[in-house]
Ligand binder design. Structure first.
Ligand code: BES
Ligand code: MN
Ligand code: ZN
Length: 509
């Protein structure tokens, strides 16, 4: 997808499709200009209630060849204004409109479109985003993300895949020449974040017989090759992990015929001095059967999504590469398959982690924390500025927060607040959960330094408490993304979250 921006007039710009907007029953400036030229065709849609007042509702208008420069008009509803004067718009409505426009374009034969949402700013309509006023660049970034997301199709394992969208070029009409530069950068950022989101979705969606730990290691290598040496990748095999004493990681990986991998990527943007990196750690269980503590059969296929934390780290790295971000980031992917087998771990087994702490495995289905704890210890060697782990860690987190926010835990409040702010900014929300000492004793074990489960109450919290014991040497946060990483049901598929949150955090950390 090619994104560009310029300060242009809707009447002059040649495009296959002009995307224009209405705020309730008022056409924004570009829509008005087109309406005037074409005999009130747009205002008639509103007057006749063919364009509903609901945000995201839309209508196509095809024009006769004589009426070009644009062949079609897509009129999109922004919904109800937040005040009587039609001068305030909630960001939720704006995002619904952008996503609806992007979806409509991606399903149409349109190859290039010009989007006139910047009219909002020339008309002094403020966009309210979680208590702050969104700026024109934020809107451009969100448009680029929406277009990228709408253009994704899963095709890899279908013999008759859906056609790829025709759309390949978006022009962002800036209503003020002074804003062009900022919006151009925002489009680059949004395009890269959207591309990272789609990569995360693709890795998540791939079946577990294809997307194995070694497949993920190859993805890292491919990403490195594509990055013109800004990103490097290597991975540790079982032998190397044994040498490091990663007994917790290996206790999960050993029951599978797919060898586990600790994948290490390092991204260093240009002009970044020899700085300490931020580290991302992704849970990459490419399939979670539960192991000997076998999961029930219903919907077990969805445990192919148990590598979505890892996928979000890959997506974030891809986004950083594509936007040439000036940051220094190390990514650690703890990739393994959790299987029941004759040589699999058993409830009651005690293993020694790389940190030296011993762990009694009371439930082999609590495997995420076992692979992550050794990756967290490994992270120490980078002397990180901060470490964020991202994991589909607990069903309990889904019970607590549902599907709208991920759970955020941190041992450093300023870091937690940066992540919360990044989530709010990018509409990829996190909600902070407690990491109080009171919960720690649920992990007591009679036979080891700790158990790998803390019982039913506060299951997402005790999982975070477990990880916190391996993250004492740096500022650390944990995102439990079990409720947000994928959708079930008819729209089953990975969401690409929380790539937007992570990239925004890294750009501002
Ligand atoms: N990958 C699962 C968590 C999960 C379950 C995510 C369902 C999304 C939907 C994780 O490995 C797991 O099995 N956790 C257990 C922990 C328990 C044994 C303490 C869980 O949540 O049941
Ligand atoms: Mn599990
Ligand atoms: Zn799991």
């Amino acid at each position: 997808m090619q994104f560009s921006t310029k300060n242009i007039d809707v009447v002059a710009q040649a495009t296959q499709c002009a995307v224009v907007f209405a705020l309730e029953d008022k056409l924004l400036a570009s829509a008005k200009a087109i309406d005037k030229l074409h005999g009130g065709a747009l205002s008639a849609l509103i007057a006749n209630k063919d364009l509903k007042p609901k945000a995201g509702h839309k209508r196509w208008i095809t024009l006769a060849p004589s009426k070009r420069p644009y062949q079609r008009v897509l009129l999109v509803q922004l919904g109800k204004s937040d005040d009587k004067k039609a001068s305030k718009l909630k960001s939720d409505n704006l995002l619904a409109a952008l996503s609806s426009a992007a979806t409509a374009l991606s399903q149409s034969p349109v190859k290039d479109a010009t989007v006139y949402i910047d009219d909002l700013f020339s008309q002094n309509i403020t966009v309210e985003h979680n208590g702050t006023t969104a700026d024109p660049s934020w809107v451009a970034e969100q448009l680029a993300i929406a277009v990228q997301k709408a253009s994704y199709r899963y095709t890899e394992t279908k013999s008759k895949p859906d056609a790829k969208p025709a759309l390949s070029k978006i022009t962002y009409a800036s209503s003020n020449a002074a804003r062009v530069k900022g919006q151009r950068l925002a489009l680059v950022r949004g395009a890269a974040i959207g591309s990272g989101i789609n990569y995360t979705r693709e890795l998540g969606n791939l079946p577990p017989n294809i997307c194995t730990p070694s497949f993920l290691a190859d993805q890292g290598k491919a990403l490195a090759t594509s990055s013109s040496s800004a990103l490097t990748c290597r991975s540790l095999d079982h032998k190397q992990m044994e040498k490091l004493g990663m007994g917790a990681f290996l206790s999960v990986a050993k029951g599978s015929s797919e060898e586990g991998k600790l994948i290490i990527m390092e991204y260093k943007g240009t002009t970044v001095a020899n700085s300490k990196p931020h580290v991302l750690v992704g849970k990459g269980i490419t399939f979670d059967t539960g192991g000997i503590s076998l999961k029930p059969g219903a919907a077990m296929d969805e445990m192919k999504f148990d590598m979505c934390g890892a996928a979000s780290v890959f997506g974030s790295m891809k986004a950083l590469v594509e936007m040439k971000a000036k940051v220094h980031v190390v990514a650690l992917i703890a990739a393994a398959e959790n299987m029941p087998a004759g040589n699999a771990s058993k409830p009651g087994d005690v293993v020694t982690s790389m940190s030296g702490q011993t762990i009694e495995i009371l439930n082999t289905d609590a495997e995420g924390r076992l692979v992550l704890c050794d990756a967290l210890t490994y992270a120490e060697r980078f002397k990180p500025k901060s470490v964020v782990d991202i994991a589909t860690l607990t069903g309990a987190c889904v019970v607590a927060l549902g599907n709208h926010a991920c759970g955020l835990y941190s041992n450093h409040q300023p870091m937690a607040e940066k992540l919360l702010a990044a989530g709010t900014f990018s509409n990829d929300k996190a909600w902070q959960m407690p990491l109080w000492d009171e919960y720690q004793k649920q992990l007591d074990s009679n036979f080891a330094d700790m158990a790998n489960i803390g019982g039913m109450p506060g299951g997402s919290i005790t999982a975070a408490c477990f990880l916190s014991r391996f993250a004492k040497k740096y500022h650390w946060a944990h995102l439990d993304i079990a409720g947000i990483a994928w959708q079930s049901g008819a729209k089953k598929g990975a969401t690409g979250r929380p790539v937007a949150l992570l990239v925004n955090y890294l750009l501002n950390a």
